[in-house]
Design a protein around this ligand. Structure first.
Ligand SMILES: Nc1ncnc2c1ncn2[C@@H]1O[C@H](COP(=O)(O)OP(=O)(O)OP(=O)(O)O)[C@@H](O)[C@H]1O
Ligand SMILES: [K+]
Ligand SMILES: [Mg+2]
Length: 673
């Protein structure tokens, strides 16, 4: 801390520029006071007036230093990001399929580029072809490689990261200069930092207090002169500075910057300070089941209900998944081929050329499938969706299949019913695919922590109610919403918000985008689609959905740190009032002597000691402002009570001890005894 304080000395002086100081009205008043006192000290020099002038300047410098130290960490991060932004050559694919070499900065939205083993991805985009392991350490600092693949919710890649193996084709999604790394640099450097609504509200409160004290101090003069004891202007300025909330005024912006910075340390980029604050006030947390609570790698483990001899179910499951690029679809292809002997050499392209039409999976329809040239139609999907499809053709779901579905669901698995229709006959349900997914370890503990913070966790899933209930129970969430379409998610968020509650949500898919935008805190996974990243107000570089828990903790810590230091600051000022006023008017109003409990050496020594204490307390609290007040999971009310006790009472006592000690030293100065 001492080292970083010494490092920012030049910046602290640079920030003496009144245009900068003006951003904090309280510190601006101190700045004006410093200028006036310096002028008065030049005109009428004395140890006292010069000492006050020096310590008033120190007060402003300490405030500047607090901000500069907070900004320093982001600057270091920006430097390492710039290093990742080196110029690369891109292998652009022309429309005719021929590659050409162009500078990465020439790429525009929609361009397709080839990236192979060892090459740097030249821009942000989505993989449209292939699978690759990618080293994202340039942006995340995490060296473990990640898998990125076309189709599904893990298709996004970031410019500046490196392909470790295989070949992918990436479609560029951002303009040069607006890439993710560009935005990250601007963000960590604080270039776009604006005051949040809470900060503005607090600044207004502090400014009001400052004006009240200004008027009070000005009113002292006529009163004093009436009694024949005009106070020197330097004394009045010193009194004013001691009374206005300088501590919180000095530390406010550092607290905000440090909060954003704590998120960056955990690889979360908040697009606005407002989002960080909202995270601290969140009362409902919506979590996706698949990929958030579970590993999200739903794999087909068995095919149930078909007659193994004719292989009809396996063949239908295989055909309906040929063009299905979701992890579920790919795993069905694999299972049908390796465990059920389906001829695996066929491709969707070849079948398509023969006239087959593939129906892609969507979260709305919850089905995928294929219409073959011979009139055979195959569908696989959520039970309710396939049931509706079968019944449409006059068929019905056999109870045999329903039993299998319930069995899989109540074990927490996802059943996909496979059905087939030949020509215009009735559609038949052939059997069920069992998709298995595993609940991530440690979820229950995390949700217990959330509950202790007063936050309700709700799992939302497109899966059926039985599966949802089984997983919800295993993971320990408070509530769940099953068979949710993207619109249902939106509706749930709006409903929660109507009660004045703040809602946080994580997501990665394009179908999550509307909900991410609607939520007060929308955390998009960096691996997710660009639609999701655009919609949210935070991006998690590690793509870890449970990160939301840490985000909420950081938000809460930011809010309580600000609250605690505000309480401390105001309590401090009140205490100073009792230290200074009696000292100022000693001998004038004998009655005040009873209040003079501190027995300071002289009235001038008392004034100077208070000003010095007022400056030093800023310095002393910089580490706390940056680190944040210690945080234990508890409800807002418990936290408030604790803070009032610790920081309110502490704030009242500290000046009495501090000023007394400083007075013992200051009174040794000539003329101040
Ligand atoms: N590739 C697929 N083909 C056909 N049906 C699918 C496919 N993938 C999933 N389904 C069915 O569609 C349902 C909804 O899927 P969706 O991805 O919207 O939600 P989810 O992944 O189950 O839940 P979450 O919202 O937690 O991600 C699934 O529960 C499953 O029954
Ligand atoms: K003060
Ligand atoms: Mg999903």
């Amino acid at each position: 801390m001492t080292r970083s304080l010494l490092n920012v000395v030049p910046q602290a002086f640079a920030k003496l520029d009144p245009r900068h100081v003006f951003r904090s009205p309280v510190i601006f008043v101190v700045w004006v006071g410093s200028v006036l006192t310096t002028g008065l000290a030049i005109k009428d020099p004395s140890v006292f007036s010069w000492s006050i002038a020096v310590w008033l300047w120190a007060t402003v410098l300490f405030a500047n230093a607090a901000e500069a130290v907070a900004e320093g960490r982001g600057k270091a991060q920006a430097a390492s990001l710039r290093a990742a932004k080196r110029e690369t050559m891109a292998r652009r694919l022309r429309a005719d399929g021929i590659e050409e070499s162009v500078p990465g900065s020439d790429l525009t939205i929609g361009d397709k580029v080839v990236v192979e083993t060892g090459q740097v991805i030249p821009g942000d985009g989505e993989i449209v072809e292939g699978v690759a392991t990618v080293d994202e350490s340039a942006i995340t600092g995490e060296s473990a490689p990640v898998i990125r693949e076309s189709g599904g919710d893990r298709s996004a890649v970031t410019g500046g990261t490196t392909v470790l193996s295989d070949r992918i084709v990436v479609q560029i999604t951002t303009k040069p200069g607006e890439s993710f790394i560009d935005r990250m640099i601007a963000l960590v450097e604080g270039a776009q930092r604006q005051k949040t609504p809470n900060e503005i509200a607090l600044t207004i409160l502090l400014t009001t207090l400052t004006i009240v004290f200004l008027v009070t101090v000005m009113a002292i003069q006529p009163l004093a002169s009436y009694s024949g004891r005009t106070q020197p202007v330097v004394v009045l300025i010193a009194l004013l500075v001691c009374l206005i909330p300088t501590t919180i005024g000095a530390l406010l912006s550092a607290i905000g910057i440090a909060g954003m910075d704590r998120l960056v340390q955990r690889n979360v980029l908040a697009m606005s300070g407002r989002a960080v604050e909202a995270a601290g006030d969140v009362s409902t947390l919506l979590l996706d089941k698949t990929g958030t609570i579970t590993f999200g790698n739903r794999q087909a483990t068995e095919l149930l209900g078909g007659d193994p001899a004719d292989g009809e179910l396996a063949e239908a499951a295989y055909l309906s998944s040929l063009a299905d690029s979701t992890p579920e679809g790919k795993s069905i292809i694999e299972l049908a081929h390796t465990s059920y002997g389906v001829n695996g050499g066929r491709s969707a392209e070849a079948l398509g050329r023969e006239g087959a039409e593939f129906i892609e999976f969507s979260a709305m329809t919850r089905m995928s499938g294929v219409d073959l040239l011979d009139g055979t139609r195959i569908r696989k999907g959520a039970t309710s969706a396939v049931r509706a499809w079968v019944e449409e053709s006059g068929g019905s779901m056999p109870s045999r299949v329903e039993v299998l579905v319930d069995g899989i669901s109540s074990s927490g698995g996802t059943p996909l019913v496979v059905a087939q229709q030949s020509g215009s006959s009735q559609a038949r349900a052939l059997g069920v695919v069992h998709l298995k997914d595993v609940v991530k370890p440690g979820m229950r503990e995390r949700f217990d922590v959330m509950r202790a913070m007063g936050i309700r966790t709700v799992m939302i899933t497109g899966d059926n109610a039985l599966t949802a209930a089984a997983i919800a129970k295993e993971a320990g969430v408070d509530d769940f919403l099953a068979e949710a379409t993207p619109e249902d998610k939106m509706r749930l968020i709006r409903k929660e918000q109507e009660g004045g509650r703040l809602v946080a949500m994580t997501g990665d898919g394009t179908n999550d985008a509307p909900a991410l935008a609607q939520a007060d805190v929308g955390v998009a996974m960096n691996s997710g689609t660009s639609a999701a990243k655009e919609a949210g107000n935070m991006v998690d570089l590690d793509s870890d959905p449970t990160k939301l828990i840490e985000i909420v903790e950081i938000g809460k810590q930011l809010l309580i740190t600000r609250g605690a230091l505000t309480t401390f600051s105001i309590a401090n000022d009140i205490a100073k009032y009792f230290a200074i006023i009696p000292a100022m008017f000693i001998g004038l109003f004998p009655g005040l002597d009873a209040l003079n409990i501190m027995r300071l050496s002289s009235s001038e020594s008392a004034m100077l000691s208070a000003v010095i204490f007022n400056a030093l307390i800023i310095l002393a609290l910089i580490p706390l402002a940056l680190r944040g007040v210690r945080y234990r999971p508890s409800t807002a009310a418990q936290m408030l009570r604790r803070n009032l006790l610790v920081y309110g009472v502490g704030g009242v006592i500290a000046p009495f001890i501090g000023i007394k000690l400083i007075d013992l030293v200051v009174s040794l100065l000539p003329g101040l005894a």
